[in-house]
Design a protein around this ligand. Structure first.
Ligand code: 5AD
Ligand code: SF4
Length: 476
């Protein structure tokens, strides 16, 4: 039986120092190997922000080793895919892209190819890589991120393949360097792993038991982020609401939010993901009181039907979920709520799916992340009877999107003519002289503007609402 209450083990400073020494050794090796120009690394991240945050640490180490980053894998000396195992589709993409690296490596024989992240923590995957992808040099799982320098050194020195996919238990490694992808918004992991074992989900198997960083470490990183000028900090965890459980530092998630809210500086705090089972009125009251916390709550409900929720092992009912939402709306009338939904859980009937539709109509979410159930090896749901064909689930899925589209259009119409403070995140994909920004409630608005505004807050009046796509213009 999995022990959910195991104490967190912090990787010792001595071990971290040893890894730093491997970084220095690699730097010397690379300087000799690439005397005229710095070696190039290509890092691609699949999946959630937790993976993005891990990649930023790996990139921190690569940067200290002397690598510079490239977006073109053909010119890279080191290629890393940080993988995601959440759904079959995500895994298929990784296998496809690893397959496509074979001819690239044939052109550039001393390229090092590495794979890490959640997929690698599954035995059947690492074995498949071992057998069918011999040109992959290094494979390491989610527990080995801090050992990356030692592993890479071993590849460089011994010219042999290295696999490190052991499960280390509830460990936390502090002190890795971070190479942040953005100057103006930052990811801040506050906890790792998950103890919930929702019956469909692979995460507890590949990320291990829930464990929290100390409030001191979190606050120190938040201060560092504020000091370099970032305007948005997103606190990350599979279930941030259970921050501090099984720890003896006596700080729960609402308390941590307050501590960060009290730090000096002009910044916003976001967080994800909250589990409804552990979302308390204390948290919602805290959000309402804290000026720096964005008025946005991502609260995945997965299904609107109580039988399905029970089978999913979610630990709450539809009624309890709605009570939380109503409380959130009462204490924060301008709150924007988003959610995750799974369509076609094994055994779900059309009538039960209709309960999901009615919940969507009732709550009127800002946006939804919707998924068709994907069977994951080793989970309880994989073994459940699943009589509804995929084609039928797809029809339900389309129906759901249509209902949500109607809700989003109505919300967009209500926003017409109103002015919102928007955080400018970048240029639009079309690169047509327009910028894209997000409101406090995480709603995107496009508008004409100069690139120098990226990373700042501007007021934008909504002038056009095409379906759910909003555009506007800057106003004073
Ligand atoms: N199939 C489909 N969707 C899944 N999710 C997690 N596991 C699965 C699965 N096996 C979805 C859930 C979760 C989001 C991150 O991914 O909705 O909240
Ligand atoms: Fe998966 Fe449930 Fe944990 Fe989220 S809370 S990571 S859905 S097991």
């Amino acid at each position: 039986m999995t022990d959910l209450n195991k104490k967190t083990v912090f990787v010792s400073p001595r071990e971290m120092q040893k890894q730093q020494e491997f970084i220095n050794l690699i730097k010397t090796v690379l300087a000799a190997k690439y005397p005229s120009s710095a070696p190039k690394a290509f890092v691609h991240t699949y999946g959630c922000q937790g993976n993005v945050a891990d990649s930023e640490r790996i990139k921190g180490m690569l940067s200290q080793m002397g690598y510079v980053f490239t977006e073109d894998k053909h010119e890279a000396d080191f290629v890393l895919f940080n993988t995601c195992a959440i759904r079959e589709h995500a895994e298929d993409r990784v296998f496809g892209n690893v397959g496509a690296l074979k001819p690239v490596k044939n052109e550039k024989k001393d390229m090092i190819i590495a794979l890490c992240g959640c997929m690698m923590q599954q035995e059947h995957v690492s074995e498949r890589i071992r057998k069918s992808y011999p040109y992959v040099n290094l494979v390491f799982g989610t527990f080995a991120t801090h050992r990356f320098p030692e592993l890479l050194y071993s590849v460089l020195r011994n010219k042999k393949r290295v696999f490190d996919v052991r499960e280390d238990g509830p460990i936390i490694a502090e002190g890795m360097p971070v190479y942040r992808d953005s100057d103006f918004k930052a990811w801040l992991p506050i906890m790792y792993g998950c103890n919930n074992f929702c019956s469909y989900c692979i995460v507890p198997y590949v990320r291990g038991r829930e464990r929290s960083r100390t409030p001191e470490s979190v606050i120190a990183e938040a201060k560092e982020i504020i000091a370099f000028g970032a305007k948005e900090i997103t606190l990350l965890g599979q279930n941030v609401n259970s921050y501090g459980k099984n720890s003896d530092f006596g700080v729960n998630f609402p308390k941590l939010l307050k501590m960060i809210n009290e730090l000096d500086g002009d910044f916003k705090i976001r967080f994800m993901t909250s589990h409804p089972k552990d979302c308390t009125k204390e948290l919602l009251d805290t959000m309402a009181q804290c000026k720096k916390v964005a008025r946005h709550l991502h609260l995945p409900f997965q299904s609107g039907n109580n039988r399905v929720l029970r089978e999913m092992n979610r630990g709450y009912t539809r009624e309890q979920y709605l009570e939380l939402i109503n409380y959130a709306k009462a204490v924060m009338p301008d709150i924007s709520i988003t959610s995750d939904i799974i369509v076609g859980f094994p055994g779900e009937t059309k009538e039960e799916f209709e309960d999901t539709l009615s919940l969507i109509r009732e709550v009127k979410f800002t946006s939804l992340f919707t998924f068709i159930f994907s069977a994951r090896e080793g989970t309880k749901a994989q073994k459940m009877e699943d009589p509804v064909p995929y084609s039928e689930k797809s029809k339900w899925f389309s129906e759901l999107l249509k209902v949500q589209e109607g809700i989003a259009c109505e919300r967009s119409r209500n926003m017409l003519g109103k002015t919102y403070t928007v955080f400018v995140e970048g240029t639009t994909k079309e690169n047509d002289g327009r910028l894209t920004g997000r409101t406090d409630g995480s709603i995107n608005i496009d508008f004409p503007g100069d690139e120098s505004l990226i990373g700042t807050y501007v007021n934008v009046k909504v002038t056009n609402a095409l379906n759910w796509i909003l555009s506007g213009e800057i106003c004073e």
